[in-house]
Structure formats: C-alpha cells, structure tokens
Design a protein around this ligand. Structure first.
Ligand code: ACO
Length: 430
C-alpha cells in the first residue's frame, strides 16, 4: 500500500470515496475499490477483468508490453535453459529454488504419490471408448477427493502440501490412463525409477509385449514445454481455481474446475485448435486465404494460437517454443509439413496491418502442438498436457490463497439488465 490515494466524487450527490493506491514490487499500481460501493453507492463495471486485479500474488509476474514472464522473480528464459519442470514446480509452490537436498525430498515425495487407487483406475471403464481425455481427466481429478479424506482439511498446512504433491504426482498418471483407455490399451502403472517426464512417456507409450525405445530428446522437450506452461498468473483457469478455492472447496475440486476452464479454445484448448486449423489450411499456398478469413468478423474464424489478453508485444514462451520446435523436429528426425504452414502463417500475419494494429502475435500454443505431434502425442491430448504442467501453477496459487489472512469468498457483483419489479400474473391472464 502506498501513501497515494485517488478520490472519486459523484458530483450529483457529493458522495466521495478516497481510494488507497496499492502497488506491488513490479507492475502497474491499482486503486483499492473495496469501500467504493459503501462510500458512493457505485460498483465498478469491468467485464472480462480488463482493468481489475482480483488478488495480490507473489507467484508469477508478467509485463505484457515488454514480453516479460517471471516465476517467483526468475525469467522464463533462464528457467527454460537451466531448470527442470519439477524444480520449477517446487519454486512456484515454495517461493525459492530448492537446495539439492530439498529437491531430492520433493522429487521423492512426488515420485511416491504417482499411483492411482485401483478403484479409481476402474472408473475409466465407465466412460464411452471415444470420450475426450479432458473429460476423463477432469472427472478423475475431481474424484480424488473421494479417496483422500486424510488431506481435505484445508486449514492444516501439512494436509494442503500433501494434496498439492498428490495432484502434481497423479496428473500424469491420470492423463496417460485417459489416453490409454481411449485407444483400448491396458493402463500402465507409473515406474518410479524414471524421472517425471520419462515416466509419463512410458505410461503413455509402453506396451506389455516389448520394451519402449524412447529418445532422450522426447523427455527433454516435454520437460521444457511443461516449464513454459507451468504458470501464468491470474489466467482464466487459475482464477477459476482461486474462485472455487475461495469458497473453502477441497483442492481436488478446485483443480478439476481449473481443468474445466482450461478446456475452452480461447484458453488451453487453443493448442488442439491450432493443429486442427493447420491441418485444415493444409498447404502453405492456402495461408493467404486463411489470413483473410481470420480478418473477416463474419467468418467466425480466428487464427488460433494468435493473440493474448496480456502480451501485446510478444509472448516470450512462443519465442522459446518456436526455436525449440525446429530443434526437436531435427533431433527426432521428423519432417512435418505443418511446420511450414505454421511458419508461413506466422510470417503472413505479422506483416498484415490487421494483426499489427491489434498487436496480435503468436502465443505459447502456436508451435506447441507441432512439438507434441512430433513426440507422438495425439491432438486430443494436447490440452491435457497443458493441464499436467499448469497443475503446478494451480496448486501454487491455491496454497498462496490459503496462506493469505482474511481472504474473502470471490463474489462479483453485476449491472442488472432484467425486468424491473413487476407483479405475478395468473396463467389464464398471460
Ligand atoms: N484472430 C483474428 N482476430 C483476433 C484474434 C485472432 N486470433 N485475436 C483477437 N483478434 C481481434 C478481435 O477480433 C478484436 O478485433 P476488434 O478490435 O476489431 O474487435 C481484437 O483482435 C481484440 O480481441 P479480443 O478478443 O478483444 O482480445 P482478448 O484480449 O479479449 O482475447 C484471446 C484474447 C482470447 C487470446 C484472443 O486473442 C483469441 O481468441 N485468440 C485465439 C485463441 C487462442 O490462441 N487462445 C490461447 C490464448 S493463450 C493461452 O490461453 C495459453
């Protein structure tokens, strides 16, 4: 809180509110409007939260104009180069990078919570064979609350931490099970002698009949994608986790709600939508037509993987993924014509005044699908992959929320546009 205040006066009633200015360590300041309605009789109106900070948070910082993304103060570029996903998860949750011993304990704890209960495994049999893996993952995560009554006391810090570890540990197991069920393969148990990403790839692709030949490039690429997707401050799914968390709901319900919010094509579902779009475009020579269609508001078509609510310059994650995409495809010896279509599309849009004026740039998901595809991960799994990574951020925010004294239930207000008060009319008179 700074000493600065902003005074808002309604000249017609002479009622005014003195609004304290709240500043963080970095980023734009905000007016604290908590008492605005009491002092003036006004609410604020901000659909889509274009100018509203819903919380204070020390987890992640974004400067959308400069293309900066920091997890706990560390630039994403440095973490992508020097860290690994589990270390990043530790950092997000605990606020500091772990010592070697702290990391070992964390990795051990995550590794030893990877199994699903056998009865949860059987849940999958209840789904239709062609169920979307997001639907299965969301339901399975929500159902975890039914298995872990020992960690549902949200007022106990040790139980909160245990739930966070369980969620990070079990997400890959659940995700891989959803995939295996959808293709009719037996579900694999997690192998605890492997590290996080390699273990996940084994659960996805290993068959009982022969050993899996896995390129080390695959696990490394996946780890990097997970780092880049691990958190992104108050995005729609994280805000959903916090809103549900504000009611005192259990962590599994909160994260299941986060998965639901992530699913939409305007958010995490974009990576799946990008690949479908690139497949539809089909050839670099059709890019011009696609760009024209995206500019036509009546077409209902947008360039998927383009634009971002916060980044109005470039998405630093997209820059890293773009470079990585070329390297991974080369290392795996994969040649994908979709990469040519994507590059042509990016170049065409970045030259076009429609996209330039609106500051629309490729976002994190423009190239991520091409990498997932090269790793053999099917399109329907892309958003699930995002959910595995984002679980680290969701639980970090959920933990932070519960460490905040005097936290309030999230309860927005509205501008009512319905009928004014009127009297009930008996059916024969309507
Ligand atoms: N293609 C074409 N036009 C676009 C696109 C796009 N991808 N994105 C925005 N625009 C246009 C809008 O039509 C609007 O034009 P107007 O000013 O003439 O009306 C203008 O740019 C601003 O768009 P808004 O929708 O108001 O921007 P907002 O910040 O609300 O939306 C969003 C951001 C949802 C990401 C949007 O850019 C979009 O739909 N992108 C495609 C989906 C996508 O890639 N989502 C992933 C986001 S990143 C993530 O969640 C991991």
């Amino acid at each position: 809180m700074s000493d600065k205040t902003v005074v808002i006066t309604d000249a017609s009633t002479n009622r005014s509110a003195t609004l304290p200015v709240v500043s963080g360590t970095m980023g734009d300041p905000a007016f604290d409007i908590g008492k605005l309605n009491k002092d003036t009789g006004y609410f604020t109106y901000d659909p889509g939260f274009m100018s509203t900070a819903a919380t204070k948070s020390a987890v992640t910082f974004i400067d959308g104009d400069q293309g900066v993304l920091l997890y706990r103060g560390y630039p994403i570029e440095q973490l992508a180069k020097q860290s690994n996903f589990l270390e990043v998860a530790y950092l997000l949750i605990n606020g500091e990078l772990p010592s070697a011993a702290q990391f070992q304990t964390f990795e051990h704890d995550v590794t030893h919570h990877t199994m699903m209960r056998e009865s949860l495994k059987n849940f999958f049999q209840g789904f239709h064979y062609d169920a979307h893996p997001m639907a299965m993952s969301m339901a399975a995560v929500g159902s975890l609350a039914a298995f872990y009554h020992d960690s549902l006391d949200i007022n106990d810090p040790a139980q909160r931490k245990l739930a966070a570890i369980r969620l990070i540990a079990k997400m890959p197991t659940i995700a891989a099970a959803a995939y295996r069920y959808s293709i009719g393969w037996p579900i694999r148990y997690p192998r605890n002698n492997l590290e996080y990403c390699t273990r996940f790839l084994h659960m996805m692709f290993e068959v009982p009949s022969e050993p899996l030949q896995l390129s080390p490039v695959a696990a490394k690429a996946l780890d990097l994608l997970f780092i880049l997707h691990a958190d992104h401050e108050q995005n729609a799914s994280t805000s959903t986790v916090r809103l549900v968390g504000s009611t005192g709901a259990n962590p599994y319900a909160c994260v299941a709600a986060g998965i639901a919010a992530l699913w939409g094509p305007a958010h995490g579902g974009a990576n799946e939508a990008v690949l479908k779009m690139l497949a539809e475009i089909g050839d670099a020579k059709n890019v011009g037509k696609a760009v024209e269609r995206a500019k036509d508001k009546n077409s209902g078509f947008r360039l998927m993987g383009f634009g971002h609510r916060v980044y109005k310059n470039f998405d630093p994650r997209a820059t890293i993924i773009r470079e990585m995409c070329h390297k991974v495809l080369a290392d795996l010896n994969v040649s994908d014509p979709m990469l040519d279509v994507a590059m042509e599309l990016e170049a065409a849009a970045l030259k076009d005044s429609y996209f330039v004026e609106r500051k629309l740039y490729p976002n994190v998901d423009f190239y991520s699908g091409i990498i997932y595809k090269a790793l053999g991960i099917p399109t329907e799994m892309f958003t699930v992959m995002f959910a595995i990574a984002r679980t680290a951020g969701w639980v970090a925010h959920w933990l932070e929320q519960h460490e905040t004294p005097d936290a309030k239930i999230g309860r927005p207000r509205q501008i009512y546009t319905g009928a004014p008060t009127r009297d009930y009319v008996d059916v024969e008179k309507r």
